[in-house]
Write a protein that binds this ligand. Structure first.
Ligand SMILES: Nc1ncnc2c1ncn2[C@@H]1O[C@H](COP(=O)(O)OP(=O)(O)O)[C@@H](O)[C@H]1O
Ligand SMILES: [Mg+2]
Length: 484
């Protein structure tokens, strides 16, 4: 008995001293010049919940609702197009949360995929990046199991999906389902605007290959579409420039490269001598122009700099990062919110000014008056799988990126601005446009003509539409939505 008490006593002493020690384990050192937060576990799946709450509060317009019903009650393929800001991505996310179908959501680029809570097409179908040789494709067991159980594949920013990817999706679905009909019988639902940024075709040889073998690099050039009907609909209500008819007309003319001299002059009246420097963002073609503007402006502020490091769980390639890994800010810095607020106090693209900073909290003044404490946000990279037990398509979280959803916003590139909305924009076309649709994407971010400033006049060379897009859009039949 005495021995037992003695042993229990020894165990107690060892245990309590080990606990004490752990209480004194050194905390991760803070860099004395910065204010990095210590590591905290990621809030798994927060992003999906934030988006869901945002979408739950949206009331679809009549045309959005009609299209939702059409897609929901049919197995036909759909291409839903519409000008910038017509609510294509909102309708897509509505489907994600409200559809009774088993569906997977994908996009070509990582940023576009994270934007709508989907997966990149390369990872969804397990296709290596780069040119896809269709003859070598073999669907993997895991992907085949998933693809056998889905009703629809839903894709955003379809203008950026290249023809080889479209063919690959067809072949892999056919293999997985052992069915030779197009897409193995799975419904394809595609959203996008072909007058915005096109697929990337990095070298001349590839460009020629697509031209000779398919007639072009776009999704619609795929052979599978030659004998397959797509129902094409267009969302027409522009939410973004709702109150500016003149500007909507200018934008529509730029979008299709059908701008008359008089309209171009109206646009170029925005090349004014006095461009404001506060409360306005610059969109530029070139990265060096953008970096120069942002770093100069931050340096000019005479107050302490704070740095916030993103928490990244799992592995996430740098090209997927939805916000800064190291966010450097000062009081007075102009910032942009990078995410829709579930409480709808701001949206992705809202611009504000940093009002105060601490290691754990950032307060931002929005609309010049209201000050909000901006909480951290999470973006989740997911992978779909089929769960045999529940017979449902489930999402597995591969990694989570948590950061304050803010970035310096005196300037950024037009490519990064796709999908955003601003009240006041300086468009800097230094060096000229170098991609189809680039000028349209830049100008159409702004909500009104009065909010737009041009550092130099827009020239006809800046307005570029791919003739392949023009002829495709002329030859298709866009069906009526029949709203009340
Ligand atoms: N039914 C709706 N009610 C209110 N706002 C909407 C609705 N649909 C879209 N929006 C808003 O309009 C803006 C543009 O929508 P988005 O889906 O990004 O357009 P697109 O993908 O066509 O460019 C977003 O700020 C979005 O929240
Ligand atoms: Mg969109």
């Amino acid at each position: 008995m005495g021995w037992l008490i003695f042993i229990a006593f020894i165990i107690y002493v060892v245990y309590s001293s080990s606990k004490k020690k752990s209480a004194f384990v050194k905390k991760p050192a803070y860099n004395s010049y910065t204010n990095r937060r210590p590591y905290s576990p990621p809030i798994v799946n927060k992003k999906l919940n934030e988006d869901q709450i945002y979408i739950e509060k949206i009331k679809l317009s009549d045309e959005q609702q009609k299209l939702f019903d059409k897609i929901e009650n049919s197995n036909d393929h759909f291409f839903i197009t519409g000008k910038a800001g017509t609510g294509k991505s909102v309708l897509l996310q509505y489907l994600k949360y409200k559809s009774h179908k088993k569906l997977v959501i994908g996009a070509f680029t990582g940023v576009a995929a994270l934007n709508v809570g989907g997966q990149t097409l390369n990872s969804l179908f397990q296709i290596p990046t780069g040119f896809i040789d269709i003859s070598k494709l073999r669907v993997s067991h895991r992907v085949a199991t998933l693809l056998r159980h889905i009703d629809s594949v839903v894709i955003d920013e379809i203008s950026m999906v290249r023809v080889d990817m479209m063919e690959a999706i067809n072949v892999l679905l056919q293999q997985a389902r052992g069915n030779k009909i197009p897409f193995g019988g799975v419904q394809m639902v595609m959203f996008g605007d072909l007058y915005q940024l096109p697929p990337v075709v990095s070298d001349e040889g590839l460009h020629e290959y697509f031209a000779h073998n398919y007639g072009g690099p776009y999704f619609f050039n795929a052979d599978v579409w030659k004998n397959t009907k797509i129902n094409i609909f267009e969302l027409t209500h522009i939410f973004r420039q709702e109150n500016d008819q003149v500007f909507r007309d200018v934008l529509n003319a730029v979008r299709k490269n059908q701008i008359e001299e008089i309209t171009l002059n109206t646009l170029n009246e925005r090349h004014v001598a006095n461009i404001p420097i506060e409360g306005v963002v610059t969109l530029a073609t070139r990265n060096d122009v953008v970096n120069e503007i942002n770093s100069t402006r931050l340096r000019q502020i005479n107050s302490p700099e704070f740095e916030y490091r993103a928490d990244i769980s799992g592995t996430l390639e740098r090209s997927y990062f939805p916000a800064e890994e190291f966010l450097r800010l000062k009081k007075g810095a102009q910032v942009m919110l990078l995410k829709n607020d579930p409480e709808r106090r701001w949206v992705n693209g809202t611009v504000g000014v940093v009002e105060s900073l601490s290691q754990t909290e950032i307060k931002v003044r929005i609309n010049g008056e209201i000050i909000y404490s901006v909480p951290q946000a999470s973006w989740t990279k997911i992978r779909y799988y089929y769960d045999q037990e529940t017979r449902k398509i489930k999402e597995e979280v591969l990694s989570t990126f948590t950061q304050f959803p803010l970035r310096l916003a005196w300037a950024f590139t037009i490519h990064k601005s796709q999908g955003k909305t601003y009240n006041s924009v300086i468009v800097n076309m230094e060096g000229g446009a170098f991609a189809h649709g680039q000028t349209y994407v830049a100008l159409s971010r702004c909500t009104s003509l009065n909010g737009l400033y041009l550092t130099q006049p827009i020239t006809r060379e800046d307005i570029q539409v791919d003739p392949l897009v023009t002829s495709f859009m002329e030859q298709i039949v866009i069906e009526e939505i029949e709203v009340k």
